[in-house]
Design a protein around this ligand. Sequence first.
Ligand code: 48H
Length: 260
Amino acid sequence: MALDEVKITQAIVERFTEKLKSALDLDVAIVGAGPAGLTAAYKLAREGFKVAIFERKLSIGGGMWGGGMMFNEVVIQEEGARILQEVGVTVTHWRENYYTADSVEAVCALGYAARKAGALIFNLISVEDVMVREDRVAGLVINWTAVEMGGLHVDPLAVRSKYVIESTGHELSVLHVLQRKMGVKLMTPSGKIEGERSLWAEVAETTTLENTREVYPGLFVAGMAANATFGSFRMGPIFGGMLLSGEKVAREIAARLRGN
Ligand code: 48H
């Protein structure tokens, strides 16, 4: 049968529009498709919640693709290895509590698991602001990354969500906007973003989990963003904390959504 270019175009436009329309009213909106955001999306979608991730870049995976200094292997501890194995990644024991995985395989598997569980993943969309309602984050303000990169004055669109997870890594871009524009008091020791500290893997991995929590009503931080919020250390190319943080934030939000 003859191929019609306009039908190809119609198919893409219609299908994408359907996806975007179904993401306008969410249980959980996730900002950033790094390992923490992807894990959270997978776990929440698997529980039947309506979840979408908005990722600024063309590719998902955040800082995981590059392993350590472009050596495309990641290190995880036994606790985190469980999550990678659950999504089908081959995890290899190195020594003591050090396990390794191919970083490309890990990103692909996490993305596939999240999508297959029902999470929608929108790449090339940047979150430029949040929607607030009576001292609570109630959704996201989104725009094409191309608009952001081009410095174009194009007004954004909005997505409503019962909860928002900020998993934007070192950048912590959404919370910075909320703090700057609304001057809000955050649930941190100083009431403000505490800022990320230098490298200390052991402490950083533990605190990533402790810091994975609600920082402003309706807004949770996960992954590296959690340590950047609460003033803890970076950990280098070890990814167990990111995966476990994604799992923890999903568990806590699922409990809230179920009313527990
Ligand atoms: C849409 C956005 C926006 C925005 C940012 O950096 P990530 O991989 O984040 P985590 O926390 O899942 O993993 C951190 C890990 O990769 C890492 O950097 C580690 C362990 N570092 C340790 C060290 O010592 O350096 O992913 C965050 C994603 C990225 O893909 C961004 O493009 C995206 O969030 N993002 N997406 N709207 N406003 N801001």
